[in-house]
Design a protein around this ligand. Structure first.
Ligand code: ADP
Length: 459
């Protein structure tokens, strides 16, 4: 597998080289189309000036004059009809000329060797040190006809620039490759770190610590990743806690059942003892069955697949049904019940909401004092139905209030006073209310009892 670093570095370097090539082709076509004719025109003017000056000064030594011109940066070839060739300035690398050219120039025409220099030679043609790459002009001196072929001595004029440019190009290529290699490392390194963290996470190690402080997309990814790891850690903790709670809650009724089954097996046990044992076994089985139902309900509420079957119904009517089903329990505990249940329509899932009222009612009964009372009221407020269960029970202390909606949480008072419960009812109720976009609040006073206030949007 090729690493991301390798791919990124190679792609960038390839892009650099490719764009360099494109730039070269662009510059070349600019040179061919525009600079080359301009250069030819400029040098033709210079050559003509040089020739004119020599023609006008018949008494001047041509040799001195051309040596002088060569000295300021030109390469010159001087020729006449006799075929004599004289060179001034730096030597031409190639002294060949197409046939007839000398003849034509001697006869008065101008040779545009620069403009006609072959196109395939790219921009480098500009530097070609050949007699073919010159401007040829006729020249008369002391009544004789000559032809001069002249070109600027690029080497002399540009030699420092040349070296400087070469250095500049070479250095910029080298430096960009170096920076691409370093920059890529900087870009890819956090991804390598993230990959390592993901592997750790996959092996169940949630304590991942990423040392990535950046304000770009990778920084955001690292932040979300750390956040996700924390959430997974919490979920893992919750899962472990849930399993230990469930195991404990299943284990205790099972050991009770086992104990009483052992008692039943005892041939000396009398009828009364047997009846008692069977009663307890029955109660524990009911407890286990209730717990499983609650767990199933929690699981279905947790899964987003849970379907809410909405319908419009009178919540007061439903509450009356709940009260009726508790008639016997109320009497047994000698509790007073008062209610104000005017017709109030709400939209919701009837069976889920029934479970909420049933749980609040059962708590109001379970955690009440003997001869206490329960008050249930329904009212409408700003498009919401408010349902209040107020009891005169044992109350919940301030520190415990925050936790009563947590799964398996049971306040100390209820645990120690051997009131049965799983600690799941309120967390289920809260989940159902949330599913209806409603709210559930609790107000409690150790002496006066507890009030649960549920608000459900009516539409
Ligand atoms: P359970 O009643 O099965 O223990 P719940 O989730 O219904 O579980 O309630 C969680 C805890 O909140 C209870 O154990 C109890 O300590 C406290 N609680 C709930 N309702 C009342 C109430 N009406 N009065 C006093 N304490 C309450």
């Amino acid at each position: 597998m090729k690493s991301l670093y390798f791919k990124f570095a190679v792609t960038t370097i390839f892009i650099m080289l490719f764009s360099g090539l494109l730039a070269f082709i662009g510059a070349n076509s600019y040179y061919q189309q525009k600079l080359k004719p301009e250069n030819d025109e400029k040098n033709t003017r210079i050559a003509q000036d040089i020739a004119n000056y020599a023609s006008r000064h018949a008494d001047m030594s041509m040799e001195d004059y051309f040596n002088h011109i060569a000295g300021i940066g030109y390469q010159i070839m001087l020729t006449d009809r006799s075929g004599r060739e004289e060179y001034f300035g730096a030597e031409f690398r190639n002294k060949e000329l197409p046939v007839d050219v000398k003849e034509k120039v001697l006869s008065g025409s101008i040779y545009h060797g620069m403009a006609d220099f072959p196109k395939e030679t790219f921009v480098t043609g500009f530097f070609a040190n050949e007699v073919r790459n010159t401007i040829g002009v006729p020249l008369q001196h002391s009544g004789k006809e000559f032809a001069i072929f002249i070109r600027p001595d690029v080497k002399l004029l540009f030699s420092e620039m040349h070296v400087l440019l070469a250095w500049l190009m070479g250095l910029s290529i080298l430096l960009s490759i170096l920076f691409v290699l370093i920059g890529t490392k900087f870009l890819v390194q956090p991804i390598t770190e993230l990959t390592r963290a993901t592997q750790k996470l996959a092996h169940g190690d949630f304590a991942v610590k990423l040392d990535i402080e950046r304000s770009d997309e990778i920084g955001e990814l690292a932040y979300s990743f750390t956040h996700m790891a924390e959430k997974l850690d919490q979920l893992d903790e919750m899962r472990k806690e849930l399993i230990s709670n469930i195991s404990h809650d299943i284990q205790s009724p099972l050991s009770n059942i086992k104990g009483y089954v052992n008692l039943l097996e005892n041939p000396d046990a009398d009828t009364e003892e047997r009846k008692q044992s069977l009663d307890i076994i029955n109660r524990e089985i009911n407890r286990l069955s209730g717990l499983t139902k609650q767990l199933l309900m929690l699981a279905s509420l947790d899964s987003s697949l849970n379907e809410v079957r909405l319908s419009q119904f009178d919540v007061s009517e439903q509450l009356k049904e709940v009260i009726k089903s508790y008639q016997w329990a109320l009497q047994e505990k000698e509790l007073m019940i008062g209610y104000s249940l005017p017709e109030t329509k709400i939209t919701g899932d009837t069976s889920l909401l029934y479970a909420v009222w049933d749980n609040l009612m059962s708590n109001a009964v379970k955690y009440n004092r003997p001869h206490g009372s329960i008050e249930i009221t329904v009212s409408e407020r700003q498009g919401e139905a408010e349902i209040v269960f107020q009891d005169t029970g044992i109350g919940i202390s301030g520190s415990e209030l925050k936790r009563i909606f947590d799964r398996f949480y049971r306040a100390d008072a209820s645990r120690t006073s051997s009131i049965e419960g799983s600690g799941l009812g309120l967390s289920i109720s809260a989940a159902i209310v949330r599913l209806h976009n409603g709210t559930i609040k609790v107000e409690s006073d150790k002496d006066k009892g507890t009030a649960f206030i549920v608000r459900i949007p009516q539409m």
